[in-house]
Design a protein around this ligand. Sequence first.
Ligand code: TEU
Length: 561
Amino acid sequence: MERKWWQDKVCYQIWPKSFQDSNGDGVGDIPGIIARLDHLKGLGVDILWLSPVYKSPLADQGYDIADYRGIDPRFGTLEDMDRLLAETKRRGMYVIMDLVANHCSDEHPWFRKALADPEGPYGRYFYFRKGENGAPPTNWRGYFGGSVWSPVPGRKDLYYLHLFCEKQPDLNWQNPAVRREVMEMVNWWLDRGVAGFRIDAIVNIGKPERWESFAPDRPDGLADCRKMLADPVARRRLHTYLGQLRDEAFAPHDAFTVGEVFDTDPAELSLFIGRGGFFSSMFGFSAACWGKSPKGWYAAKKPGPDDYRDCAFASARQAAGIGFLSNIIENHDEPRGVSHYLPEEAASDPRAQKALAAVQMLLPGLPFLYQGQEIGMTNTVFPSIDGVDDVNTRGEYAAALAAGLSPAEALARVAPMSRDNARTPVQWTDGHAAGFTAGTPWLPVNPNYTRVNVQAQDGVAGSVLEFYKQLISLRKNDKYKEALVWGGFAPVHQEQPGLAAFVRDGGGRRLLVASNLSGGEQRLELPGAAGAVLLCSDGAPALAHGVLTLAPWQAAVVELA
Ligand code: TEU
């Protein structure tokens, strides 16, 4: 595999609105990020992914962009952004931005001009279609529920397409002028010093030739819009556009790019992240997709530690020899990983949080942490649906009600999946608003902040935060890098419930990573003679007669002779 500058790095996602507020308005901002760079440097992370900070009405929290070259005043200014780039550079860190180009905001000048004249040049930046007999052109349901079509105000029977919310009109990538706008914008940021992009919802940019309704798949009479993405013409178009992005923007800058690509066909992995692929990396979402139901969140099954292990291992094997997947246990769209993958009674147990961390951080691929993960932040509590901000959660709540659930049941079922779980403010201290803001936070702080916060863990032996630091420094240690970054991967005793173990080998070294993801003891026969114990989450593991015994929720890394 070709060696690239970003492969031995550790990445960290910042969701700016909830990271750190600097001016007391209750909303996180870029100066707040700058103020916390030393925390991130101390943790050992290198590449910071900033969720959108562009000018936006924040209908989907910035994933609805009104000006691709402007910073939203709530987050700061372009000067603040330049300062962030300089301050990260000074610390040997990199910033990647979020490229949200499947759609823009309905408040973007392009869409305003398009609405004023749908038949004009800006009309061709979007998808306008005529309905039939008062009904929208197709019966596609959007990602957040409801039709993907909204009527154009003042125009009889004309609709515009939005796969996400109605304030996120889809951009028409078939129009070369749109692609030129995107290429120029991406190059503008890369020239400014951004190291690359996380590429949002990108599989949606290839649209099919024929726009047809599908058989309804829910009581609402609509059908999942994702069905049209499988169309061969849509796929071919997607590949063409991604090739253009790579050739005209990413490759000339040697940018680091990570695609948000769900449900990838394993046969296409090499096209996406192989040598000369569209992206540097893409997220391995198999664990995040586990248990999801076509009916909606209310019908989703909660995964357990073994499901996480099996998904993660399967993805690692698929990518072996091809490229680097990006490994997550959570992001701004998912529940907190410790709440989602650990059994309920263990989600807040630092031992269990560390055992899960060891697996994620030492798998092949690139580790991505999400803000607050490093201190074991958990899902929050939802007293009522009125307190939910997220447009996605509100759509899923409506789907649960439509399926006949009572309001209380609907809330109880969608709450564990809500995107607001990951969007509560980062817990820095046990003081006012967890040290996130001097004012009132835009979304309530998770009530567990008095116990779970950075201040309580920083420099404290045995804390989740200190364990993440150890994992990161082990991955970066020159002695073990060949094995942990570029080396092979072989699962060990995967059939053993509650155990996640694997061997990483390279540069003449073999390391066993063994995590006990259960509340009972785990014993495993070592696949080789035991050498030094490089790391242990709690205490020391018991090693005798070629057998490793792990205490409940204990994780260890052992060098094999
Ligand atoms: O997400 C794309 C996407 O497919 C999501 O709808 C995902 O399925 C859902 O959030 C899971 O809960 C990206 C961004 O990550 C998300 O925050 C945006 O809302 C979305 O694109 C639209 O830009």
